[in-house]
Design a protein. Structure first.
Length: 200
């Protein structure tokens, strides 16, 4: 793709984003046709078509035969399937993704401890016991409780994105004692112990 064509393509993507925001479109809302978009944005139909294909590949829109194109809820897994085949080819990159996920989880735990400590620990106790055999699914459920109870939507989205990447790699999970220790910490200890647990 030439530099001029790339700039035009990026310009159309930017205009599409502003159009969706300005119209306050929500998932499920129908988008204008390629022709209508081209007229409203003042660009060529081929540029609109390329831009729409790009955001459809990312799972942001869907085309229904005979109905048109619709905005959809962001599905990070669709994006990850595309990106992981390119990004996660080197071992150090896989390890960096895992490091970043663990860092996000640790900071979320600290926020949860400050904001909704007792609520989180109660929900954990309802879901998990000492007999629970923790695996990847249990890890997801464990931290889902945390992210649902903190006031940080962006951090939650980042975690979901990183978890999707983790499903495409050798997911390194903690041992059972790690989760049980966290439950105990939220019940009886101080926030500094969370940092100590991760340093182990």
């Amino acid at each position: 793709m030439s530099l001029a064509k790339q700039k035009a393509y990026e310009s159309v993507l930017d205009k599409l984003k502003h159009f969706i925001n300005d119209k306050q479109l929500q998932p499920g809302d129908k988008l204008p046709s390629e022709r209508e978009f081209a007229e409203q944005l003042g660009v060529g139909r081929s540029s609109v078509r390329e831009a729409l294909r790009a955001i459809e590949l990312l799972g942001l829109i869907e085309t229904r035969q005979g109905e048109g194109t619709f905005l959809r809820e962001y599905q990070s897994l669709s994006t990850v399937r595309v990106l992981s085949s390119f990004i996660l080819q080197e071992q150090h990159t896989v390890e960096e993704v895992g490091d970043l996920r663990r860092l996000v989880e640790k900071e979320a735990l600290k926020l949860a401890f400050k904001q909704t400590r007792h609520l989180v620990s109660e929900q954990w106790l309802q879901l998990f016991t000492e007999e629970t055999t923790f695996d990847t699914d249990h890890h997801y459920l464990f931290f889902q409780v945390v992210f649902k109870n903190i006031e940080h939507p962006l951090l939650q989205k980042l975690w979901h994105f990183l978890m999707d990447f983790s499903h495409h790699t050798d997911f390194i999970q903690y041992n059972k004692e790690f989760y049980l220790d966290l439950i105990y910490i939220f019940k009886h200890k101080t926030i500094e112990i969370i940092e100590d647990l991760y340093e182990k």
